[in-house]
Design a protein around this ligand. Structure first.
Ligand SMILES: *[C@@H]1O[C@H](CO)[C@@H](O)[C@H](O)[C@H]1NC(C)=O
Ligand SMILES: *[C@@H]1O[C@H](CO)[C@@H](O)[C@H](O)[C@H]1NC(C)=O
Ligand SMILES: *[C@@H]1O[C@H](CO)[C@@H](O)[C@H](O)[C@H]1NC(C)=O
Ligand SMILES: *[C@@H]1O[C@H](CO)[C@@H](O)[C@H](O)[C@H]1NC(C)=O
Length: 230
């Protein structure tokens, strides 16, 4: 191998390392509206007092890639987060198994938390940061600020929801919808978070991709932000 080739292959080697699966550029904090998420046939039981968006997941990602399961050498250890148990149980419940969230935290840690180890060095850091962000980013309050309240009879438009969130955060969020029969229901609001934990504008491509089920006419009042399971 001549020296040029040697250099070339060395660079290629380095390059493949710097682009390894564990690299990420930002976090996507996905908050879900449990009422909509738990409509039949999804069989989850959310307590009636639960009236906030909960953390669905907190994902380190790049614009077009979501690395997963990045470290098998750092398995979930409940003891590391046990001091946060009561906060996490409220903010990051397992909406499918509300009273037993530990397995859900384990899955989230192993699938996603291990992929932000370059920034959030421990399991405790990862969950603590999610709690801090959830505390700052409360979509139910942001929507209520624009008189958008949960309702089984009044639907909202995508633009109404989008403008309400933007008017508080000054940043573009992602929206995710689902179907209940032929009704479109709001499932999730997601925030793009940089490595300094500031909210920034999610890209239009990501917003479009996430919102494919919210309908293409963003002015039509077609999205239900459900107050209760009808
Ligand atoms: C829903 O969950 C409840 C409680 O776990 C259970 O009793 C019931 O059979 C489940 N229903 C369906 C349709 O899975
Ligand atoms: C809820 O979690 C507990 C403890 O992990 C488990 O035994 C139980 O089967 C789970 N229930 C459902 C409905 O998944
Ligand atoms: C990643 O880890 C999660 C949680 O432990 C597991 O359920 C899933 O099967 C794993 N996925 C892959 C592709 O290994
Ligand atoms: C935020 O969204 C609005 C409305 O879709 C759009 O006009 C604006 O360009 C977006 N801003 C950024 C920085 O993406």
């Amino acid at each position: 191998m001549n020296s040029f080739n040697f250099l070339f292959f060395s660079l290629l080697f380095l390059y493949s390392f710097s682009n390894s699966d564990t690299d990420f550029d930002f976090y996507h904090l996905r908050l879900t509206w449990p009422t909509s998420h738990c409509l039949p046939p999804n069989n989850c039981t959310i307590p009636s007092w639960y009236t906030m968006f909960s953390i669905l997941t907190f994902i380190p990602r790049t614009e077009d890639n979501t690395p997963t399961n990045c470290s098998s050498t750092y398995p979930f250890n409940y003891a590391e987060v046990s001091t946060f148990h009561s906060l996490l149980a409220i903010m990051w419940p397992d909406i499918w198994n509300f009273t037993n969230p530990e397995d859900y935290w384990k899955t989230n840690w192993e699938s996603h938390g291990t992929c932000s180890l370059s920034e959030l060095k421990t399991e405790k850091d990862y969950f603590r940061q999610a709690i801090l962000l959830h505390n700052r980013l409360n979509p139910a309050d942001f929507l209520a600020n624009s008189q958008i309240l949960p309702s089984n009879s009044i639907p909202y438009s995508y633009n109404q929801l989008d403008n309400a969130i933007r008017s508080v955060t000054q940043k573009n969020a992602t929206f995710h919808c689902g179907f209940y029969g032929d009704q479109v229901v709001l499932h999730e609001i997601g925030f793009c978070i940089d490595k300094q934990f500031n909210v920034f504008d999610c890209s239009q491509a990501m917003r479009d991709w996430e919102s494919d089920r919210c309908g293409s006419d963003h002015d039509s009042q077609s999205i239900f932000y459900l107050k209760s399971v009808p």
